[in-house]
Structures are given as C-alpha cells and as structure tokens.
Design a protein around this ligand. Structure first.
Ligand SMILES: [Zn+2]
Length: 406
C-alpha cells in the first residue's frame, strides 16, 4: 500500500529537486523486494549492445539452460533474496579423503593431509558478479563458457589455445553471477559510453541518491549492511540482506552466498579462486591478504597475466619490465578472497577490469583511452588463458607448497 502511494506521488511530482537546485526527472524502480527512486536518464541503454554482451540474470540463466552441453549446471546456493546461485562444472572432482583440516595440514607440513590421496589434481574456481553492477566479468565468464563449449567466444573468435589447456586441468568450476540479488537490482544491460564522466556507472555500481549524486567508492562500505529504509539506491554491491559479502562478517554471522562458497570450496578444494570485478583504469589483479607461502606464487601468476595483457596492447605501456613487476600490484585488505584462501588453501585474487561506460584516463597526446567491448572481452579471455596455463604448468597447491612428509 505504501509503495503504491509513493508511486502516485511521483506521478504527480514528476521531478525531484536536489540540494544544488537543479531538477532531475526520476523514476521508481522495484528491483527485488525494495523500491528505489533513480534519475530517469540513468536508465538509458547503449544503442547497439553486442551479442556477446550477456550479463543479466535472465540472459545468463537462458545461456546456462540452452548452451551448456559438455559441462554440468548445478545450483550451489541460494541468495539472501531467494535467487539460485548456479555454477557450471567440468572434469572430475577430488574424492576428498583427507585426514586433517587445512590448518592441520599446514601444521603437519603436507597439504595431502587435507586434500587426500588425489591431492595433485588441479582445480580452478572462477566467479563473476560478486558485485552485481560490474558487467564486464559476467560477460567475460559467459564467453569463457562459450569457448570451453564450442572453441569460440560469442563474437565468433576462435581460441585454439584453450583446447589442450582445458583438458590439462582436472576440474573447472565457473559461477557466472555470484550475487544475483545485486545484479537484479541494477536494471540495465549496458550503459552508453559517457566520456570521462563516471557518474552513471558509479551510481549503478556503488549506489546514489534520488537526485543522481553518487555514494561512491569506498564510502558505500561505511555501512554494511546497507539500510534499505533510506531513500538511497544501494547499487549492485549488496545482496537482498544489504550485505556486500566481499566484506562479509566472515568469522561471525555469514551470508548465504558466503556459506555457499565455503561449502563449495571445502568440497572441491580449488588451487586457484578467481574473483572477477570491474574497477581499474587498465586491467589489473590485486594481491589478496594471504598465508605467506602463497605470496611468491601470486608474484608468478601476476607476471604471467600482466604479460598476456601487455603483449595484447591492453596495458598503459608496452614496457614488459614495468607492467609485469608484481611490486606494482595493489594489496587488497582482508576480504572474501582471504577468507576463502584460509578456508581451503587456494591462491585467491581479485581481477579488476576497465569499464565499458566511461574512460578513466587520457594518454600522453591527451586522447581518451577507451576500452571497446571487444577489448574488454579480450581482457577477460586472456586472463583466463594465462591462469589456466599457469595452473597446468605449475601443478597447483601440491607443488607450490614444500612438503617434508612426501
Ligand atoms: Zn567489485
């Protein structure tokens, strides 16, 4: 009843006056169980959305239902808002006959005690959409699925390099949208490119006020859970309980999405967990707060992935020494990646993509640096290729950790 009254009110008023005096047409949207007032022009979609840009809950579910033939699609959890969290599984799982906890195996100095007799199996878990307003990783992971299923991405480019690679890894698990509540809350498919103005993209991603001002990063993290009784739009970070589970209460009361990841990673014991986001000027990976032996492994994979991006012309310069130096890596604070790593031993890290919706920078000639949708797709598929290569060649956690008991 209250929401109907509010809707009538907005029909009568039509505009919302901001503090600085300009008027802004607003629209009420009702994504999920909450209703929000947002600027009407923020809802504008890009004129031509490429066919490979598959990012909404409906588009992704349709893809999983119709295009996955080699993999197995399973629900691995349910979001706080009651939405299924779905994953695609390839290869054969570990049997999981370990005799100790992960921490126990560190004390015993042999990961085999945790992972069991088939500890040398290699397992990759990749997830996108922990933040529902970050579309590039969802698009990228769907195209990865297309490459695994057909050899080509959804724009038709063949990725022959992947063929052998996929078969050289024992198990691959892919979660296209980890936070379907957050994705549902952001009611657009693809924003127009707005030059150097990041306001609209940031509004959808990190929330904002009815007059269009953004809450922004990192201010949106000041309040977890988000208070849905305010007139503010929360952005795509949080689930329907208002929690951005990238920063969940990991040792206390955890969200169902975090629980689903704990259960899945305890069962599958991945070597690497990729947590794919949008939020960089040029594509980057960020170092997780990790158990110390894993840091040198991170340095190695940093070099591999950044080499792939630099050689493809996707970094600021072509200077390999500069771009692949792991000392340049940003350090993330304790977050979901750390919790998962300490739960199951995996090397975990966040990957940050540039955005389709704005340019963050100009080059030396003063030109705006635009990542086209095709470049954003390449960023994603090069990162997966390099990660799979690294896992296949290095042999995973059983090889990374020196064992005194073998
Ligand atoms: Zn993010």
């Amino acid at each position: 009843m209250k929401k109907i009254c509010l809707a009538i009110l907005v029909l009568i008023l039509g505009t919302c006056f901001s503090r600085n005096g300009y008027s802004q047409e607003t629209t009420w949207i009702k994504p999920g169980i909450h209703t929000f007032e947002v600027p009407t022009d923020y809802l504008k979609e890009r004129n031509e959305i490429p066919e490979f840009w598959v990012t909404t809950n409906d588009e992704v579910n349709n893809f999983l239902d119709t295009k996955i033939k080699k993999g197995k699609v399973k629900q691995v959890g349910t979001s706080a808002g009651g939405r299924p969290i779905r994953a695609v599984f390839y290869g054969s799982p570990r049997k999981g006959d370990g005799t100790s906890t992960y921490s126990g195996s560190l004390g015993y100095r042999d990961i085999k005690a945790y992972r069991g007799p088939d500890h040398e199996k290699t397992v990759l878990l990749a997830m996108a959409g922990v933040h529902g307003g970050e579309f590039e990783p969802i698009m990228g992971i769907i195209n990865l699925l297309s490459v695994i299923e057909t050899g080509s991405d959804l724009r038709g480019t063949e990725w022959e390099q992947y063929d052998e690679l996929i078969n050289s890894i024992d198990r691959i698990i892919i979660i296209p949208i980890m936070n379907p509540d957050g994705r549902n809350r952001v009611p657009i498919r693809m924003s127009p490119h707005s030059g150097m103005n990041h306001k609209v993209i940031e509004f959808w991603n990190t929330g904002g006020f009815p007059d269009g001002r953004i809450i922004g990063w990192p201010d949106i993290k000041e309040h977890i859970p988000f208070d849905f009784t305010t007139p503010k739009f929360p952005g795509g970070y949080s689930n329907e309980a208002g929690v951005n589970f990238q920063h969940d209460d990991f040792m206390g009361e955890i969200q169902p999405e975090t629980q689903a990841l704990y259960d899945l990673s305890a069962r599958e014991k991945p070597d690497i967990i990729l947590n794919m986001h949008t939020g960089a000027v040029f594509p980057k990976i960020h170092r997780t707060f990790l158990e110390k032996d894993l840091n040198s492994v991170y340095d190695e994979i940093y070099k591999e992935i950044l080499t792939g991006w630099t050689l493809a012309g996707l970094e600021r310069t072509n200077d390999l020494d500069r771009e692949t130096n792991p000392e340049r890596s940003i350090n993330s604070p304790f977050n979901l990646n750390s919790a998962l790593s300490m739960h199951c031993g995996a090397l975990t890290f966040t990957m940050e993509s540039p955005s389709h919706g704005f340019s963050s920078t100009r080059d030396e000639e003063g030109e705006m640096i635009i990542f086209t949708p095709e470049m954003l797709l390449d960023v994603q598929l090069i990162a997966y290729q390099k990660t799979l290569e690294f896992l296949a060649e290095s042999g995973g956690l059983s090889k990374w950790r020196p064992s005194k008991n073998k």
